[in-house]
Write a protein that binds this ligand. Structure first.
Ligand SMILES: CC(=O)N[C@H]1[C@@H](OP(=O)(O)OP(=O)(O)OC[C@H]2O[C@@H](n3ccc(=O)[nH]c3=O)[C@H](O)[C@@H]2O)O[C@H](CO)[C@@H](O)[C@@H]1O
Ligand SMILES: C=C(OP(=O)(O)O)C(=O)O
Length: 420
């Protein structure tokens, strides 16, 4: 199993190209089930999760081509198998996003329940209730969701989400695109990845209003067609490398990153003493002086992203003063805490909040992580630490960071991937 070795203490300088967003690409690929296509997705990242979604769609019967040199994914054909098996869904929760499209287009679907994962229980009840409101009959049996659309297909409905859910908004948006009549999604998630999905659906012929707001109105159409769609840049990858520049006291140009997509993350970084400047071709991030302890609470967009919480905590480990970091989206997203403490961080947590008391220096250590963003927070800590850090279980990183060691080495980090 691969590991990453980092020798810390080198300020980063240079430019890092930001890849297409993982969390946009996965729902966009699921949207390939809504049309015979071809659906061509441009600016596609090369990640383990993308390969997993490709395998899932291929076993449904789609033709999936990922041209890594051209950075395009092309999806075509119609699903012939309406079952998403446990073996694939358990690897990647975004697999549940095939449910809405399969049901809307083919009237039936059998999708493994994704279950929980390291960061929390992650229920899908809001996805299922929304589909039921659109007329679907849903049964849970032997770990699977069995869903059937009524005769004549799914019907538009007014769906009010009791909590903001990114996944449920995406599943229901895709289902609504092919439903009979109008669907209103109220208290919808506003993450940039949802706007990107809606834009792509419109290119395919869907009728969606309210993009970027918490109220999406979808006028169902009979069928969707071919389209070519450029995937938005990965705001979480950009935020992560912004923290890399800041934690090492360097200056990095994040090529292609977009300020507005980062929401509250930019404000919080600035409060902490990081300079973030918008340029025509991306964001310039630098840190010349000390970091200040800064409190954050994770929230749905445009609030501070839960997917940036671990990375920001790593940064606060070397800030002046204390920071209170509160996680409101997932109940168990502090698994990086004990590992950061092994590197000399002073952190205490209770329930959903952690207090980080900044220390002048972290020290390198062998560390291990159990999820994607926790792993990358340890890479960040390793970049700032004295001595050598070995990050184990690199497969978590490969789910969501394209060529992480190459991108960081190119801006001056002493980092390499080593075999077991
Ligand atoms: C709002 C939010 O920040 N969502 C994050 C969430 O999206 P993801 O789509 O995985 O999760 P949701 O947005 O659906 O979950 C938000 C909250 O709603 C709850 N919930 C969700 C669905 C449901 O059917 N029932 C239910 O109770 C969840 O337990 C959670 O507390 O994880 C992704 C990967 O880390 C992030 O990119 C998203 O930004
Ligand atoms: C946790 C993440 O992904 P997933 O929802 O696929 O688990 C993430 O992108 O940070």
């Amino acid at each position: 199993m691969d590991r990453i070795r980092i020798r810390g203490g080198k300020p980063l300088h240079g430019a890092i190209p930001i890849s297409g967003a993982k969390n946009a690409t996965l729902p966009l690929m699921a949207a390939g089930l809504l049309t015979d296509g071809p659906l061509v997705l441009e600016n596609a990242p090369d990640l383990a999760d993308i390969a997993t979604m490709g395998a899932l769609l291929a076993q449904h019967g789609l033709t999936v081509t990922h041209d890594k040199a051209a950075r395009t994914i092309t999806l075509s054909g119609a699903a012939t198998n309406l079952e998403a098996p446990y073996d694939i869904v358990r690897k990647m929760r975004a697999s549940v996003l095939v449910l809405g499209p399969l049901l809307a287009r083919f009237g039936e679907a059998k999708v493994s329940l994704p279950g929980g994962c390291a960061i929390g229980t992650r229920p899908v009840d809001l996805h299922l209730k929304g589909l039921e409101q659109m007329g679907a009959a849903i049964e849970l049996d032997s770990g699977y969701i069995h869903a059937k659309a009524p005769a004549g297909g799914l019907r538009g409905a007014r769906i009010i989400f009791p909590t903001v859910s990114v996944g449920a908004t995406e599943n229901l948006l895709m289902a609504a695109a092919l439903a009979e009549g109008t669907t209103e999604l109220v208290n919808a998630a506003r993450e940039p990845e949802i706007g990107d999905l809606a834009m792509c659906l419109m290119r395919m012929g869907a009728r969606v209003e309210g993009i970027g707001t918490d109220r999406l109105t979808v006028e169902g159409v009979r069928s969707l067609g071919a389209a070519t769609h450029p995937i938005i840049p990965d705001r979480i990858e950009a935020g992560t490398y912004a923290c890399a520049a800041a934690i090492t006291g360097g200056q990095v140009m994040l090529e292609g990153a977009r300020l507005a997509d980062l929401g509250a993350v930019v404000r919080v970084l600035r409060d902490a003493g990081v300079d973030v400047a918008e340029r025509n071709d991306g964001l310039m991030v630098s840190r010349l002086n000390g970091l200040h302890g800064t409190d954050v609470m994770t929230e749905p967009f445009p609030g501070f992203a839960t997917d940036m919480q671990a990375q920001f905590m790593a940064l606060m480990c070397i800030a002046d003063g204390a920071s209170m970091i509160t996680e409101t989206i997932f109940e168990n997203r502090f698994m990086h805490v004990p590992e950061l403490m092994r590197m000399g961080a002073r952190i205490k947590y209770h329930g959903q909040s952690a207090i980080v008391r900044g220390v002048p220096k972290l020290s390198g250590a062998p560390v291990m992580a159990t999820d994607l963003r926790a792993s990358v927070s340890l890479v960040l800590a390793g970049l700032a630490a004295q001595g050598e850090t070995i990050v184990n279980r690199v497969y978590h990183l490969d789910r969501g960071y394209e060529a992480v060691e190459r991108k960081l080495a190119a801006v001056g980090a002493d980092i390499e991937r080593i075999g077991a």
